[in-house]
Design a protein around this ligand. Sequence first.
Ligand code: DHB
Ligand code: FE
Length: 284
Amino acid sequence: MARITASVYTSHVPAIGAALDLGKDQEPYWQKVFAGYAFSKTWLEQSKPDVVFLVYNDHANAFSLDIIPTFAIGTAAEFAIADEGWGPRPVPKVIGHPELASHIAHSVIQDEFDLTIVNKMDVDHGLTVPLSLMCGRRDPAKDAWPFKVIPFAVNVVQYPVPSGRRCFNLGRAIRKAVESFDEDLNVQIWGTGGMSHQLQGPRAGLINAEWDNRFLDRLIESPEELAQVPHIEYVREAGSEGIELVMWLIARGAMSDRPPRVRHRFFHVPASNTAVGHLILENT
Ligand code: DHB
Ligand code: FE
């Protein structure tokens, strides 16, 4: 049987990708960010997932106002790197797991979560920056990512966006789907985006480190309660783009009901306009 062994949570700031791609990761500003992922890279090498179910949001690259899926699962064999206006990031393409993705789509849709099935999708910084943070620099000419990835895109850009409660319950349905896949696979689920940030309007630049850290506490200790938090609290306390954090609840809902083991916790301000948060939780 396939099993979800761990979950990883991380911000996806696009400038982190640029810093790595341009070799600026040892500069003092960026070194403080990358230092928070040193443990994570070793941990990931040792935990050797076969597949990462990667929950992220597209930023009007694969989708646009023409079509806005609330939840989109990537069922393709591979996914190209999106050109976000300055050429695709120099990272390897993403190799999918069509059999597991199709199985999850089948199970979760039968469980009443209406996913959009996507057979062609370019993946943007929302997905590639977490991969770079966790795996380090990879040369697309000679390296591959060390595991398969099922991209799972959530609309947190255009209202109406899904509630935290719906995301948490969807995570539970994903857990059930993975556990009913008849192959021994080590599966991780990653929740990405956040933490507090606002990129627009009079409050642009907003950061709320206290609320972010309470979010991390609640995600670890009382995720069901955290799932009840309404959108208005995210927007008021964590800024308009802080709503990306509902995606972390999908990953948390996919974890076992037993308390997780906290392997790593990191929080840092600033990175570009964003507070960077990062957690690794293992199932016990
Ligand atoms: C920034 C953060 C994001 O999450 C994003 O998608 C784009 C930009 C930023 O901090 O600049
Ligand atoms: Fe974003």
